[in-house]
Ligand binder design. Sequence first.
Ligand code: SAM
Length: 323
Amino acid sequence: MRGAVLRAVSRTAHFATREKVIVMPSVKSSVKGWKAAATRLAVLIVIVVQPLGLGTGWTQEPVQPRIDEEFAKQEKIYRRRDAGSYTANRGLLNYAEVLPSGFCEALGSLGSSDRWLDIGAGEGHAILDYYAAKDDAAPAEKCGGSGPRARAVAISIEDRRTDKWQQQAARLGDDRLRYLSGKRLGQYSREELGKFQIITDVYGGFTYSQNLSRFLDRALSLLDIGAAFYTVVANVHLENGKDKLGTWYQTELVDAASRPVTVCSWLKQTTCTKVTCESKSDWDEPSELIKIGKVCSGVSVPKLNIVEYLAGAPPGRRFQMAP
Ligand SMILES: C[S@@+](CC[C@H](N)C(=O)[O-])C[C@H]1O[C@@H](n2cnc3c(N)ncnc32)[C@H](O)[C@@H]1O
């Protein structure tokens, strides 16, 4: 019964997310009052719906036509540029807040020939902060230091470059600052992108991808050995089990026998990596701040299949590990 409650809560609250994320000012991606309201509503729905024997929000088997409809809706969300869109302008200090400890030091230790890839960069604000001129460089001094600047590549499905980005890119040249759009990470060849010493993903592809294992496999293939991928994922079962009762989940994983699996325990089955997960006890949403260090070249990410996808900003996703 508890699983069923959580699944129903997941779905209902997810729709609330799609409505409300548009006004969220916070990097912790969101929600306070409305989430509590959504949870109360969801619990009510569960109380009403369960005795009637109606299904819960998430289904175990993929229902292909419905998933395809959700994928199509998601495409529209990426294309929206109005108030219905999502937060795409987090700066470097926002990144520092939501990425695992050690990110700023790692960024600061890069040399001028090193490379930083930001997947799902949105407006590329974090990179602009990193490259800000000296008189405007407060965020970068706190995160990334004052040493030489690495070359930076921003990837976004849709082109969200601002005038500020265009001016900065024109000043620095393509060699230092690149913005790639029109495709997802997985649609670029490894040769096109090259290798990186740091990859970040702040509520980008790791949060939105429909094929999480393939997405991660591609991201890790772009890392040099010794380099690391830094990301964050919200509303997940925590590795330390400290997510509060009544939590709703945006990204859920189950094993081949449909038993719940945490994102971190799945990640830790990836060969040739060192995975660390941190969570913040004072955050409203149970989130994992994840660092994946690449320690050798034989990386193999355990495959996940998507069984449910609910379009949104961010989407709701349920994956099942392949047998
Ligand atoms: C919510 S915005 C976050 C933007 C930025 N990281 C920030 O925090 O302000 C999501 C971004 O992820 C991008 N995105 C989602 N899935 C992606 C994928 N598979 N490959 C590349 N970009 C992706 C979207 O195009 C968008 O730029």
